[in-house]
Design a protein around this ligand. Structure first.
Ligand SMILES: [Zn+2]
Ligand SMILES: [Zn+2]
Ligand SMILES: [Zn+2]
Length: 767
């Protein structure tokens, strides 16, 4: 035997630290089975930094272990890094799973909820399986997580599964490291686990289990509205092909225009409904199972009432076993919209749903697994090569973001619309699920509960609270009453910082922040901004010229007022008359602008979109946020079209983007009967070119070649891709948000990282 071979066979011991999403996703039993198969000795355990594997065997065996960990890990896991350390062999030849202590799990936190996996779906429809048609089947790779946890560690006794005592067979699976259900905390079966039933609108049980599903489907097929209790809350379901049913749902929910999400039985049906890229298909099948915005096919048979005025619809696949059971009854596509009263958070408890959704749903598909934490469906789309998040909730929250720098614990409390909160503790930021508009009382309570829950789950003890500069936001008031020192962070600076944090960068960068509204340091409303900044501070390097917003917030809700304000400002009092104007008090509003009465000034980009949409007669009174801009985007014709006029003006070190020429040309085009699709496309092109050119001017002055795009306007795919393409071609490094929203859902994250930096650099001021 030659000496090389001897070296090969000598036992070695290595420690692998695997970081990423590796906890609560079946990683330890996977490593156990793999190591045992490879005849290795050692141990696997969870630590705050990730999963640690200590393995002992030959070099070749250990090499195999490493390779297979990377190539065949559980589907819901995401490996970010594997670091290897050589140890002295201990002579171990058996492998063990070390059960976690309390402290080790703290930072690891809780996995997001995971869509039911393929193996479980196969068992669900296997008549020989003991869980045949059992609506709550799950395993180590799938099932509810975040939505059922009261506190850590993530053990059954700390979840809403506590009340279900496992039967002998379930217990055997739970304790067997070779079983797919080893330590699957929500494990259960028809004998011992949660149950499903159908209730009528008075709450009376009318059918159980399989019969409940069958009757619910019958109602749906007849055009009925069924409230379905899911993972993170209730849905309201109707047949997505039935115009009348969808109309009736809209009438009862008092929602005439807001797009509704659609769940389809499988990917095949999804392909018939929408034109899907491979990337979009992958998003649909992701364990997070989000709503994916995709282009609807004209011949899809989906009711036109689902997303009026939109080209894209929100599509998702079944993500719980009982969703699969519904579709197994022959339904193809269901509208699955949030089970809430407009503006309120979604219902989670049976009684709550029965009372609050009483006038909306005909019957209720209920179950007895309590929802501890409310999570809406997440909403994403695919653009500029990556996933883009609009709403980050079920399946995504509370996945932590690793941050590279350490400092004091900070709680970011976000803005006011589309609020989230963020706990920045040690090397990670945990951003909550989407909480909604805090001005709604129920949403505000949800905000308070979420702060408590997050601090309990992560044993957080924040030393600072970061809030928006706007003192009247309810989140800001909460911060001021928290008893902790407070740091106020400017809204658009927080947008910039959130993207830096997501990319693990500190800055500086040029931030093109296109947004609805945020209070500026000069006490005016900002929102079409070019900032130069880092995690510590910023300067305002450019912005849209101040435009009048007659009536302030009233104009946000009724964009026709914004349009009149912009027209009065751009064209003077004698602005052209548009067909819709006869029905509104246009003269009164123009007078407010002329006399500067009850009129605030704004550089908002969102309002510019509102104004142009309203000039075209779209969303004159908006039913939902960004309705006008969304309809305007859907309208835009494809192909290269010339931009309208705009101008840049240097005022000292600031670039002013003059939009009055643009408004004048838009209204002239509208009056002269330009095709609205062409008009919209040219408007989008103008916004892109105007901001790209302004960013280039700022870059020329500062020498900074990195541009960040953020703010709610980047939910607009045309603006996002147009800007990204233009700036990349001009040689910039462009950073975009991906797993966190471009809009206000990321404000809490930005606030927290800025505040921590200010504290660490000694610039934070207690307030
Ligand atoms: Zn499973
Ligand atoms: Zn059981
Ligand atoms: Zn914002």
């Amino acid at each position: 035997m030659n000496s090389a071979l001897l070296v090969e066979q000598r036992p070695v011991r290595r420690r692998l630290l695997i970081s990423g999403i590796v906890q609560g996703v079946g990683f330890r039993p996977f490593v156990f089975r793999l190591a045992t198969r490879l005849s290795l000795g050692g141990v696997v355990r969870n630590t705050p930094a990730g999963v640690v594997v200590e393995a002992e065997g030959t070099v070749a065996q250990l090499q195999r272990l490493q390779e297979e960990i990377v190539s065949s890990h559980p589907p819901a896991a995401r490996i970010e890094r594997v670091t290897v350390e050589e140890l002295s062999p201990l002579g171990e030849n058996s492998f063990a799973i070390e059960l976690s202590g309390v402290s080790g799990e703290v930072l690891a936190g809780v996995s997001p909820d995971l869509a039911v996996c393929r193996e479980c779906v196969n068992e669900l429809f296997d008549p020989a399986n003991r869980r045949y048609l059992y609506p709550f089947i799950n395993c180590t790779n799938c099932g509810p997580r975040f939505s059922i946890v009261h506190k850590i560690p993530y053990d059954r006794k700390n979840t809403s599964m506590k009340v279900f005592t496992m039967c002998l067979e379930c217990r055997r699976e739970f304790h067997d490291p070779y079983d797919r259900r080893f330590h699957a905390q929500p494990n259960g079966c028809p004998e011992c686990g949660p149950q499903l039933w159908l209730a009528d609108s008075s709450g009376r049980r009318i059918a159980e289990a399989g019969e409940a599903v069958r009757q619910a489907c019958e109602r749906l097929a007849r055009g009925g509205i069924v409230a379905v209790r899911g993972i993170g809350g209730f849905h309201l379901a109707v047949d997505a092909f039935n115009d009348q049913a969808v109309q009736e749902l809209r009438r009862r929910k008092r929602r005439s225009a807001k797009p509704l999400a659609v769940m389809v039985g499988d990917l095949e049906v999804a392909r018939r409904m929408c034109r899907l890229s491979l990337a979009e298909e992958a998003l649909l099948e992701d364990p997070a199972s989000p709503i994916v915005l995709a282009l609807a096919k004209p011949d899809s048979r989906l009711s036109r009432e689902i997303a009026p005025g939109q080209e894209r619809i929100g599509l998702m696949l079944p993500y719980t076993p009982f969703h699969h059971l519904l579709f197994a009854q022959g339904l193809e596509a269901l509208v699955m919209t949030s089970g809430n009263v407009a503006g309120e958070p979604i219902c989670t408890a049976n009684q709550e749903a029965l009372s609050r959704l009483a006038g909306i749903a005909d019957c209720f598909l209920l179950h007895d697994r309590e929802i501890v934490t409310r999570t809406d469906d997440s909403v994403v789309f695919h653009a500029a090569g990556r996933v883009r998040t609009i709403r980050r909730s079920r399946g995504m929250a509370p996945r932590p973001l690793a941050v590279r720098y350490d400092g004091p614990q900070v709680l970011g409390v976000g803005a006011e619309l589309k609020n989230t909160v963020c706990l920045l503790a040690g090397p990670q930021a945990v951003v909550s699920q989407h909480l909604g508009d805090l001005k709604n009382l129920h949403a505000y309570r949800f905000f308070e509960e979420t702060i408590d829950h997050l601090l309990r789950l992560y044993q957080g003890t924040p030393e600072w609270v970061a809030r928006d500069l706007h003192p009247d936001y309810l989140s800001s008031r909460w911060a001021e009453n928290s008893g902790l020192p407070v740091i106020a962070v400017q809204h658009h600076h927080a947008h910039l910082a959130a993207v830096l944090a997501e990319h693990g960068e500190q800055g500086p960068a040029i931030g093109v922040i296109l947004d609805g509204a945020g209070l500026g340091t000069d006490n005016t409303v900002w929102g079409g901004e070019i900032l130069v900044g880092d995690l510590n501070g910023f300067t305002r390097a450019g912005h849209i010229e101040p435009m009048p917003l007659p009536g302030g917030d009233k104009a946000v809700a009724e964009p026709w007022r914004t349009a009149v304000g912009y027209l009065a400002c751009a064209c003077g009092q004698g602005f052209p008359e548009l067909p819709w104007m006869r029905e509104y008090q246009v003269d009164e509003v123009a007078e407010l602008v002329r006399t500067k009465t009850a009129t605030v000034s704004t550089s908002s980009c969102g309002r510019l979109f509102d104004a142009v949409a309203a000039i075209l007669g779209r969303a004159l009174a908006a039913e939902y946020e960004a309705q006008g801009p969304m309809e305007l985007e859907a309208l835009a014709a494809a192909g290269p079209l010339a931009p309208f006029s705009w101008a840049l003006e240097e005022q000292g070190d600031t670039v002013i983007l003059l939009v009055r020429p643009l408004i004048r040309e838009v209204v002239e085009a509208a009056v002269s009967g330009m095709d609205p699709e062409v008009l919209s496309a040219r408007f989008h092109r103008t916004v892109v070119e105007m901001f790209a050119e302004a960013a280039e001017q700022v870059a020329a002055r500062t020498g900074i070649q990195r541009v960040i795009l953020a703010g709610g306007v980047f939910a607009n795919q045309l603006v996002l891709e147009g800007m990204c393409r233009k700036l990349t071609r001009a040689g910039f490094e462009v950073l975009l948000p991906s797993l966190f929203p471009a809009g206000d859902g990321a404000i809490s994250l930005g606030q927290a990282v800025v505040a921590r930096n200010l504290v660490v650099s000694g610039r934070g001021k207690g307030g």
